[in-house]
Design a protein around this ligand. Structure first.
Ligand code: DGL
Length: 276
């Protein structure tokens, strides 16, 4: 009976939204959530020890994601946001299974939903890590909602590392970005999905490459809109003064400095070593 009660314990609307990523890229999603819902408390976890996820096997990413979700569940998060496309591609079902009583949000479905319900949806390009692109999850989800949409995708593995190293507004990053975008694999696209939570930082560089009109879709703002809808529907929107905590599995000063670029303000990262 006690187990039953624990399972269906009423969720407190002032509990934090748990957010996780392979590192600090998911702070772009945290930032979008905060600017849309300033009263929400946030608990962020960046798995900097296992970064980058884009190069890891699905099995490893599932294991990391499971452990992080259990940590966020223990911290009483009212919702868990998988703020990483790579983990959303391969670990969404596992996280849902581990935390059945918590609302789990991935960063893929809100974007797929926007694309497949919009009129301007002829040919879509997708860029992301090897893990995300090789999983084929985006094309599968898009095609199953609307089979008339053409999907073209390209793995762009240098981009997340480049941004994390602070190259995102200079000649080097411009050359790398342009080199990827001129790949024939992305020819004639009308919209481009930035399927990596690091990429909002190079949205300007990407936009500069195209001379024709192109709709660039960044998942952070789509996901924030979706989260607000879900919380509202479940009567879980908080009205309290928010608290924010940011954990990483491996602390370096350089992560703390870069965190500011992703979140938009100075934040303090706390190291937590107990999650493997
Ligand atoms: N931020 C991760 C994503 O959205 C990519 C970074 C990584 O490879 O860990 O997929």
């Amino acid at each position: 009976k006690l187990l039953f009660l624990c399972y269906f314990r009423k969720v407190n609307k002032d509990n934090p939204i748990g957010i996780f990523d392979s590192g600090i890229g998911g702070l772009t999603v945290a930032k979008a959530i905060r600017s849309l819902m300033p009263h929400e408390s946030l608990l962020y976890f960046g798995d900097t020890k296992h970064l980058p996820y884009g190069e890891k096997s699905a099995q490893s990413i599932q294991e990391f994601s499971k452990n992080i979700s259990l940590f966020l569940k223990e911290k009483q998060c009212k919702m868990i946001v998988i703020a990483c496309n790579t983990a959303s591609s391969v670990a969404y079902d596992i996280v849902k299974k581990e935390c059945p009583a918590i609302e789990i949000i991935n960063v893929i479905d809100p974007v797929v939903n926007r694309i497949t319900t919009s009129k301007n949806n002829s040919t879509i390009g997708i860029i992301g890590t090897k893990g995300t692109i090789n999983s084929n999850v985006y094309p599968q989800k898009i095609k199953s909602a609307n089979n008339n949409i053409k999907v073209k995708s390209l793995a762009t593995p240098l981009l997340a590392a480049m941004i994390e190293e602070g190259f995102f507004n200079d000649k080097i990053s411009q050359a790398i970005v342009h080199n990827y975008l001129k790949d024939p694999a992305l020819a004639d696209i009308k919209q481009l999905i930035l399927a990596c939570t690091h990429y909002p930082l190079i949205q300007g560089l990407i936009g500069d490459f195209y001379t024709q009109e192109l709709d660039i879709i960044d998942s952070a703002s789509q996901v924030a809109l979706h989260i607000k809808e879900v919380l509202k529907k479940k009567n879980l929107l908080s009205q309290k003064s928010p608290k924010q905590r940011f954990f990483v599995s491996d602390y370096t000063l350089s992560f703390e400095k870069s965190a500011k670029l992703f979140f938009g303000e100075d934040i303090h990262l706390e190291e937590i070593k107990t999650i493997h």
